[in-house]
Design a protein around this ligand. Sequence first.
Ligand SMILES: [Zn+2]
Length: 87
Amino acid sequence: MESELQEQKRMKCFICNQTDTVPGTTSVLLERGQVSLTIKGMPARICPTCGETYVDESVAANLLRQAEEMARAGTKLDMCEYRRTED
Ligand SMILES: [Zn+2]
């Protein structure tokens, strides 16, 4: 639907307020009820100074959808790569 939100704007770290965050990837542990899912390769912005990571809202929403799909399929514990949506 709204896949035009991938603009790469500069963003200063909210935690240390010193450095612009840089694009990179991170891994996230997501727990929903009985499901525990580790997603690797999530696109994120990372602060080179303090190491804080920021995930875009569209990426987070996509992640939740992916987790719900897996929960519905009966997955309880898994590790996978983040999937970018095609739409
Ligand atoms: Zn920082």
